[in-house]
Design a protein around this ligand. Structure first.
Ligand code: FAD
Length: 349
């Protein structure tokens, strides 16, 4: 285990709200570091819908999940913190006021004065295909997300699921790969237009659809070669393929967060709406992970929460000091922190 890393504050989660938390802390002069269990930045926006449009970010009429993440990264550039990716925070322990020890699954230890939990729906845990012996193939030719669509071009691809992700990818790959979609029943969660498109592609013999469930893996010399599918007509068919994609959604798992002694309500962390502080002073929770009366799990709500949590943390760390609200437009202090020239410096406002 390497030496502990000292940081003013620590953010758990690099989703949109964790990223905006960096910005709000930076404006108040607080340094931070960010940890995420995923190997990349962006939370749900990048993991679940990088190419889908978002329409309700204030002053941004439309952007995709990836674009929102890129814009947030551009915005936090003046305060760019170290990111510790691909490691889950397992332990958060309070040793005293303004004194926390945080430890990750990779053995990284942080000593920090305040903690921000921006952990969304918890550590991402894709719902697994219920067949035995899957583990060795996960991340090989069995995957829960598409990292590089070109990997599937010209191949036999078996896709499981009946939601938007499964149908979107089946449709997207239909003219580039030999796609077989498997869903357990005739009712789909996906948008009706996608279901209609999928049926049309099947009628045109551009892809195939099977109603049934995965029964058994087909493995040869340690390589996954396909899956036996038990169809609803009672027949079990061996579907040979090069690649398998499974889109059964995510099971919201709080994971280790449930063990940190914080007040919870139905898998969410209870916070106040003044500082977005948890039941443990010095630990704040923002974004999808928290709950309070009227909570809406929207990105814009998380942004508001991040601003107030930053002020809350500043007061917690500097109880003698009054925190003044300053505008980024006019405050020389903010300009210095942002590293920008004051455009109005010669004007009287
Ligand atoms: P997340 O984005 O969930 O990020 C949390 C991060 O924390 C994750 O990266 C996770 O890996 C990490 N993490 C969790 N636990 C740990 C741990 N113990 N250690 C380390 N890391 C951890 N919202 C809108 O406002 N508008 C929309 O149009 C919209 N469309 C959506 C479409 C879809 C398909 C989905 C699924 C969601 C949509 N949302 C939308 C909701 C929006 O994505 C969430 O509100 C937002 O992502 C919450 O941001 P967050 O930063 O709180 O959490």
């Amino acid at each position: 285990m390497s030496a502990p890393i000292q940081t003013d504050t620590l953010i758990i989660g690099a989703g949109p709200v964790g990223l905006f938390q960096v910005f709000e802390l930076g404006l108040l002069g607080l340094k931070t570091a960010v940890v995420d269990a995923l190997p990349h930045i962006g939370g749900q926006c990048v993991e679940l819908y990088p190419d889908k449009p978002i329409y309700d970010i204030p002053a941004v009429p439309v952007c995709t999940g990836q674009q929102l993440t890129d814009q947030l990264l551009a915005q936090i550039k003046p305060f760019l913190p170290p990111f510790y990716l691909g490691q889950q925070v397992e332990r958060v322990e309070k040793r005293g006021e303004g004194d926390f020890v945080v430890q990750t699954s990779a053995g990284t230890v942080f000593h920090t004065r305040a903690v921000f939990i921006a952990a969304g729906v918890g550590a991402f845990a894709p719902r697994k295909l219920p067949v035995e012996g899957l583990e060795p193939f996960e991340g090989q030719n069995f995957n829960y997300r598409v990292k590089d669509p070109s990997r599937y071009h010209g191949k036999d691809v078996l896709i499981f699921g009946g939601g938007d992700s499964a149908l979107d990818w089946a449709i997207e790959l239909a003219d580039k790969a030999n796609v077989v979609l498997v869903h357990r029943r005739s009712v789909f969660k996906a948008a009706p237009a996608s279901v209609a498109r999928m049926r049309q592609l099947c009628a045109e013999e551009k892809m195939q659809y099977l109603e049934g469930r995965a029964a058994e893996l087909i493995e040869r010399n340690g390589v996954l070669k396909g899956i036996k599918v038990k169809s609803t007509d009672g027949v079990t068919r061996a579907v040979h393929c090069d690649e398998v994609l499974c889109f059964f959604g995510l099971s919201p798992k709080l994971g280790p967060i449930a063990e940190w002694g914080l007040a919870l309500d139905k898998k969410s962390i209870v916070v106040d709406t003044e500082k977005f502080q948890t039941s443990t002073p010095g630990i704040f929770a923002v974004g999808d992970i928290n709950t309070y009366p009227g909570k809406k799990k929207l990105i814009l709500s998380g942004f508001h929460e991040a601003a107030l949590a930053a002020f809350g943390a500043y007061s917690y760390l500097n109880p003698e000091e009054k925190v003044l609200l300053q505008y980024t437009t006019t405050s020389p202090k903010m300009h210095a922190r942002l590293g920008v020239d004051d455009p109005y410096k010669d004007e009287e406002l």
